[in-house]
Design a binder for this molecule. Structure first.
Ligand SMILES: CC(C)(COP(=O)(O)OP(=O)(O)OC[C@H]1O[C@@H](n2cnc3c(N)ncnc32)[C@H](O)[C@@H]1OP(=O)(O)O)[C@@H](O)C(=O)NCCC(=O)NCCS
Length: 157
């Protein structure tokens, strides 16, 4: 496994990975209706590409064939948008390597904090990386209620 920056040809694989990750990992913490609602938010390849080149930094974990197995993005204000791993990669340290790469980007930029809206799985993950919960967020995706957690980590300067 290797971490590298996003390239345009990753877009279809990342869009597919988003949906595969939600379908594979989401059911551990969310109902079938909630997983379906979450999958409905998956971007198309074109939407994924536009997002990845809008000024944010996007790091991609790839296998030996340069195939994406996870990805994470961070915006200029320290907001993490996506962190998604292939179900096979969960619990193997792939997300940790991705997170360490974006934290380094934030530190290099001199940002005071990193923040995220974390799913249940991501909440456990980010808590292990020194994040604290700011608030629980109860949302609706269409007519399906779902929740996540606003979390943040202050970076000492
Ligand atoms: C959120 C998500 C990316 C977190 O992934 P994860 O599997 O917990 O993260 P990792 O693969 O880095 O695994 C971390 C654990 O694996 C363990 N691990 C196993 N082998 C390891 C290795 N070789 N190197 C490092 N860690 C290893 C670590 O001990 C670590 O445990 P810890 O957090 O208690 O320290 C993943 O659950 C996911 O893709 N979820 C679905 C999508 C989602 O919810 N995204 C977030 C939207 S906000």
């Amino acid at each position: 496994m290797r971490i590298r920056h996003y390239i345009a040809s990753d877009a279809p694989a990342l869009a597919a990975l988003y949906a595969r990750s939600v379908r594979g990992v989401g059911p551990r913490d969310y109902s079938p209706e909630q997983v379906g609602a979450w999958v409905s938010l998956a971007p198309t390849a074109e939407q994924m590409h536009r997002r990845c080149v809008d000024g944010r930094s996007v790091v991609v974990a790839v296998d030996e064939e340069d195939g994406p197995i996870g990805f994470c993005d961070i915006e200029r204000d320290g907001h993490i948008g996506y962190l998604y791993c292939s179900p096979d990669a969960v619990g193997t340290g792939v997300a940790r390597a991705l997170y360490e790469a974006v934290e380094e980007i934030a530190r290099q930029a001199g940002l005071p904090r990193i923040h995220v809206e974390a799913s249940e799985a991501a909440k456990r993950f980010f808590a292990g990386r020194g994040f604290v919960v700011v608030t629980r967020r109860d949302l609706m995706i269409g007519d399906v209620p779902i929740h996540n957690f606003a979390m943040e980590k202050r970076l000492e300067r």
